[in-house]
Design a protein around this ligand. Structure first.
Ligand SMILES: Nc1ncnc2c1ncn2[C@@H]1O[C@H](COP(=O)(O)OP(=O)(O)OP(=O)(O)O)[C@@H](O)[C@H]1O
Ligand SMILES: [Mg+2]
Length: 394
């Protein structure tokens, strides 16, 4: 797959689900982060610890492998996951996404850097604390759910609670609740083999939810599903996120999925995070040519909002007339409003007119002519590897 093929997975309107993805207030920017990751490295191979930060780290991947037998999977990555947000990690195959998410709970041991959950150092956790972290605080949903084939749906969902030592009646009640929550009521007695792929994914999701974790970690959970079922499951995640405000880290290589579910997206390439920002920042202000190419085929009007299109009102009259739009209105919706009324529209926040959009300013955004500076994280350090291929490790 090349970079520009990523949006081709699109199975529908990005805007429709995006507008429901974030809780009304959005993720809490000022609250203490759930996960805090600083200068994280994962190097696979012998004596991996000599690579981070040293001259070896600057070698091209092939040369590094030839000289040392090492592969850098995650390279000096830093980010925070805020409470209640859906933080998406996106990138092509081999860019380091799975390695990164597994490092969060030390399913893979990081080579360098720090990870904290609620301010607590994950690196310093002993076996018991790590078990508790994985069972109670950060539940992982994998691409292949690994359901137990001889157990019923209900018992599969209750399994996590069983190993937590929860009593039978309580765990079955809780499991039943979760099965209903993911839309499988009535199927409690079936076995995984009697379910469709999408239904099996729902069981996996219910199982992760049953532990009531603070964070859900998803590693490409829907990539094996056909597009329509996949869309269904994305909506399920968006709904759970919206209704429960649960913090999520969601890995995907599919840009349309990232835009649909993500509050913020970290785009990885060759182990680095090349840009981290809201969908609007990534699409509207790509940090470099790589990101620009990645988002080239995204329908801008469905992701960008009127904040990017607005201009100051010419006079008090213009600031007081025309339809009022919230700052979160997509350009697509604003075009409709302006076309319907035939006049400019006001962008209003808490009763205050922030600016005005008209057909010229809106079309300017669609055409990519607006110039709003990016607030997203710039590429971290040196330029990344050439080419689009990420599968450089043997
Ligand atoms: N156990 C390992 N030993 C050596 N190299 C590894 C190991 N696991 C992963 N890698 C390498 O690390 C890099 C990142 O792999 P990772 O699985 O994190 O990528 P990914 O972005 O999840 O890809 P995909 O989309 O295919 O799942 C790749 O170059 C991969 O070959
Ligand atoms: Mg992976």
């Amino acid at each position: 797959m090349n970079a520009t093929a990523a949006p081709g997975d699109s199975t529908g309107d990005i805007r429709e689900a995006r507008t429901t993805a974030s809780p009304a207030t959005g993720p809490a920017v000022d609250e203490k982060p759930v996960f805090s990751v600083r200068n994280l490295w994962k190097v696979f191979g012998p004596k991996a610890e000599r690579v981070p930060g040293g001259p070896l780290a600057d070698l091209p991947p092939d040369a590094l492998r030839e000289r040392t037998g090492c592969t850098v999977a995650v390279r000096d990555v830093s980010f925070d996951v805020r409470p209640g947000e859906c933080f998406v990690v996106m990138g092509l195959s081999g860019s380091g996404k799975s390695t990164l998410v597994r490092c969060l709970t030390r399913l893979i041991e990081p080579t360098a850097g720090t990870i904290a959950i609620d301010g607590e150092d994950v690196g310093g956790m002993d076996k018991g604390a790590l078990r508790d972290l994985r069972r109670h605080r950060a539940a992982m949903v994998f691409q292949h759910f690994g359901l137990l084939p001889h157990r019923t749906v209900l018992d599969n969902v209750a399994y996590g609670l069983e190993i937590q030592g929860v009593g039978k009646a309580e765990r079955r009640a809780k499991a039943g609740e979760m099965v209903a929550k993911v839309g499988l009521a009535g199927m409690e007695g079936r076995r995984p083999g009697q379910l469709s792929g999408g239904q099996q994914q729902r069981v996996g999701l219910a199982r992760a939810l049953a532990a009531d974790p603070e964070v859900l970690l998803f590693d490409e959970p829907f990539s094996a599903l056909d597009p329509l079922i996949r869309r269904d499951m994305q909506e399920e995640v968006v709904r759970l996120h919206r209704d429960e405000g649960r913090t999520m880290v969601f890995i995907t290589h599919d840009l349309s999925e990232a835009l649909r579910v993500g509050d913020r997206i970290a785009l990885m390439r060759g182990g680095r995070v090349v840009q981290c920002g809201t969908p609007e920042e990534i699409v509207g202000s790509p940090a470099d040519d790589y990101v620009r190419d990645f988002v080239r085929d995204v329908p801008r009007e469905q992701v960008l909002t009127v904040r990017r299109a607005m201009r100051p009102a010419h006079d008090a009259g213009e600031a007081a007339t025309g339809p009022a739009l919230s700052p979160a209105t997509t350009v697509a919706d604003a075009i409709e409003a302006v076309a319907r009324t035939g006049c400019s529209a006001r962008v209003v926040d808490a009763g205050r007119c922030l600016g005005v959009v008209d057909s010229t300013s809106l079309l300017g955004v669609v055409a990519g002519l607006e110039s709003t500076p990016s607030k997203s994280t710039p590429p971290n350090s040196t330029p990344s590897m050439g080419g689009f291929e990420e599968k450089t490790a043997a």
